[in-house]
Design a binder for this molecule. Structure first.
Ligand code: BGC
Length: 403
């Protein structure tokens, strides 16, 4: 039986500036990689120069949509200095998508900050809100005629968890207090940016949201006397829904962007929201990074969003694998679940694979491969993976075979 996706469904993939552009020398991640002896992003996939080529790949794969991000530190390399060439560059990038008939979804913050902001205590500094809105004003005023969808922040909770609780990303803090403080500032920055974008567009149509990482949390069943279920429910509320609740109350979400990858088993620990159980007794299918794959989790997360009564777009879903058959399986299984969620009443208007090409996977470097196109980092050649052609057919036909 065939399942038809809604008409005008947005099909495509996602990328982010720092992970593909290369030479983002004014961003805090650049300093972080060096200071922590991590693999460095360097020239990445050289997307900054090869964007036209990459967009041809998207177009050849029948994408009608591409999500990308702007590198804040390129626009504002110094606190009070705007780089006009960088603005011009992004203008050309968006124009190129328009020529190719691809709808852009533009993200304004995908994990990285300008070095000058990091040196001023980053998101712990209340001034970060004003700086962010100033940057938003510049970029949105420039691109407003050709962009209808904006994402202010990508995965704010992942950013905060890794950067302020685990300390494995910049700024490397390990403090619950700091994470809540930065969360307050980011939340405020979103709310003000939302209002600013609406002001700039006036009567013109524009949709604004965040891309929310949703993780399917399950209590670890080993030696559980109920406490694992308890911490799991707290983790679920804090991590998956608290910011959506807050932004929805402030009426600053026009839709919900969902990034979904995996399930996580949770066990009680010193923390109120427990910790991930990484023991081998969980028998899930795993990807290259050992993430627990769960298609049911994808369905459950989508269904759980019905309570907001907002349209939903999957702004990221994907995997890093070794075998092409595993990518294909992941894609088909998740799209079937997406179809089921739509059938069961979730108002989904698009799906974007993470990612268009292989790219720089933050602290994990270049080994995990998420791309529809494989990148040979010595020559920068892009080779389309076979499963991408299966995806292309689905995008073209706007339908999928379900059992
Ligand atoms: C992030 C991407 C990242 C992907 C795979 C998402 O959480 O937005 O930047 O590459 O997951 O880890």
């Amino acid at each position: 039986m065939k399942f038809e996706f809604p008409s005008k469904f947005l099909w495509g993939s996602s990328i982010s500036s720092y992970q593909v552009e290369g030479n983002n020398l004014f961003s805090d991640w650049h300093v972080w990689e060096k200071e922590n002896n991590l693999q460095q992003a360097g020239k990445a996939t050289d997307h900054y120069n090869m964007y036209g080529y990459d967009f041809s790949i998207a177009s050849n794969l029948s994408h009608n949509t591409l999500r990308l991000s702007i590198e804040w530190a390129r626009i504002f390399p110094k606190v009070d200095e705007i780089d006009q060439d960088a603005l011009e560059h992004y203008k050309k990038v968006i124009a190129e998508l328009k020529i190719k008939g691809i709808t852009p979804i533009v993200c304004l913050h995908h994990f990285t900050n300008p070095i000058w902001l990091a040196n001023e205590r980053g998101w712990l500094n209340p001034e970060s809100i004003r700086y962010f809105v100033k940057y938003v004003t510049e970029v949105v005023s420039l691109l407003k005629d050709d962009v209808k969808y904006w994402i202010t922040f990508n995965e704010p909770l992942v950013y905060l968890y890794n950067g302020f609780i685990e300390g494995i990303w910049p700024p490397g803090e390990k403090s619950l207090n700091s994470s809540f403080k930065a969360l307050r500032h980011i939340t405020r920055a979103h709310i003000l940016a939302y209002k600013e974008i609406k002001r700039i567009y006036g009567n013109q149509e524009v949709k604004v949201s965040i891309a929310k990482h949703m993780r399917y949390f399950q209590p670890c069943k080993n030696f559980d006397l109920g406490q694992n279920s308890f911490v799991t429910s707290i983790r679920n509320q804090l991590f998956n829904y608290s910011i959506l609740d807050r932004l929805n109350r402030a009426k600053t979400l026009d839709f919900i962007g969902v990034n979904y990858y995996c399930t996580e088993y949770v066990k009680a620990s010193g923390f109120l929201f427990g910790q991930e159980c990484k023991d081998s007794h969980h028998q899930n299918k795993k990807n290259y990074l050992d993430w627990n794959i769960s298609v049911l989790g994808f369905y459950k997360m989508l269904i759980s969003l019905k309570k907001y009564g907002l349209p939903v777009i999957v702004t990221e879903n994907g995997s890093c694998e070794v075998e092409d058959s595993a990518y294909q399986q992941f894609l088909i299984d998740h799209l079937k679940m997406l179809a089921k969620a739509i059938n069961d009443g979730v108002d989904v208007f698009g799906y974007l694979w993470w990612s268009l090409t292989d790219n720089f996977e933050w602290d994990k470097g270049y080994n995990p491969r998420f791309g529809l196109a494989q990148v040979d980092y010595s020559t920068l050649a892009r080779n389309i993976r076979p499963f991408a052609f299966i995806y292309k057919k689905i995008c073209q036909e706007n339908s999928i075979e379900i059992d």
